[in-house]
Design a protein around this ligand. Structure first.
Ligand SMILES: C[S@@+](CC[C@H](N)C(=O)[O-])C[C@H]1O[C@@H](n2cnc3c(N)ncnc32)[C@H](O)[C@@H]1O
Ligand SMILES: [Zn+2]
Length: 281
């Protein structure tokens, strides 16, 4: 099997997760370090760097599929536009973009679309999400990794790190970013999908202290440069509503039959997120 082109483009960013050597080379459908640690390249195009350990968290197949279907409706396109706008400011022409907890690669693809000379790498624990991420854009590579472990990525290589609705590792974000690079964090406000949350008790509520916790976690490493609020009403057709519920972890046990019951689902919801660009301290 030949090396997927996007992976070839990003190969020099990677280091061996086991011995930290930076030279991984392709070898019979795998990547191998000089010491011989070997990581399979899935036929779907992503490389499995997370071997021998269980991920601490991640989306299962049903959640990743629901996310894929939902995002393909374009309902979150305004969020993607905001992220691409923030990422596109003051980056070099040949930028490197790292998307942590990339999911299906929807936002990474948007950013790469805006930056014709850039290359991207998405990290996630969910193999079903990575299958989509590896196909999301011709310059987007994808690798399995757990955000809570030291990234299999060399230091000071990224111009942009994206973290969109995903778990965070501020110390690692800081290590992999160039000094001039930017971290972009997207998270929901308390109003996000409030109409749906109100009617589907199994959906996670948004912790009011979330903003404070985010600030405390990032403050040792980053200063906020600019924050954009993206807020709009979104008409909700039933199939999208079902997917939105299905892509949230705590809703795993809500059945479609339950959701379809009576008028449980609202026909309109508010999308409300904050997107902040940070610079390294
Ligand atoms: C809410 S989704 C967001 C995905 C994508 N950024 C988006 O907005 O479409 C959270 C993502 O984080 C991933 N994730 C959860 N825990 C993770 C971990 N410990 N390491 C890496 N990824 C993780 C999930 O598999 C999922 O794809
Ligand atoms: Zn090695």
């Amino acid at each position: 099997m030949s090396l997927p082109p996007a992976l070839e483009l990003s190969l020099d960013l990677l280091c061996c997760p086991t011995c930290r050597t930076r030279r991984l080379h392709p070898d019979h459908g795998a990547l191998r370090c000089p010491v011989g640690h070997t990581f399979d390249i899935a036929r779907h195009g992503y490389v499995s760097l997370l071997t021998g350990t269980r991920a601490t968290s991640g989306d299962d197949t049903a959640m990743a599929q629901a996310r894929d279907r939902f995002l393909s409706t374009g309902a979150y396109a305004p969020i993607r536009t905001a992220v691409s706008g923030l990422a596109g400011e003051s980056v070099p022409e040949r930028a490197t973009v790292l998307d942590v907890g990339c999911g299906t690669g929807y936002y990474l693809a948007g950013v790469l679309g805006r930056l014709p000379g850039a290359r991207g790498l998405g990290l996630d624990t969910s193999v079903r999400a990575l299958r989509s991420a590896a196909r999301a854009h011709q310059r987007a590579a994808a690798a399995s990794w757990d955000v809570f472990r030291p990234f299999p990525v060399a230091g000071a290589v990224a111009d942009v790190v994206l973290d969109v609705f995903a778990p965070r590792n501020p110390a690692e974000f800081h290590r992999v970013l160039r000094p001039t690079g930017r971290l972009i964090v997207v998270r929901p406000t308390g109003r996000h999908l409030a109409e749906l949350r109100g009617r589907v008790p199994a959906m996670i509520t948004i912790d009011p202290a979330k903003e404070q916790r985010l600030h405390r976690a990032l403050a040792p490493f980053f200063d906020a440069v600019v924050t954009e609020r993206v807020e709009y009403p979104m008409a909700l057709v039933e199939s999208d509503a079902l997917d939105m519920v299905a892509m949230t972890p705590s809703a795993r046990h809500v059945s479609r039959a339950e959701l379809n019951h009576d008028d449980l689902l609202p026909d309109q919801v508010t999308v409300s997120v904050l997107a902040t660009a940070y610079q390294a301290r």
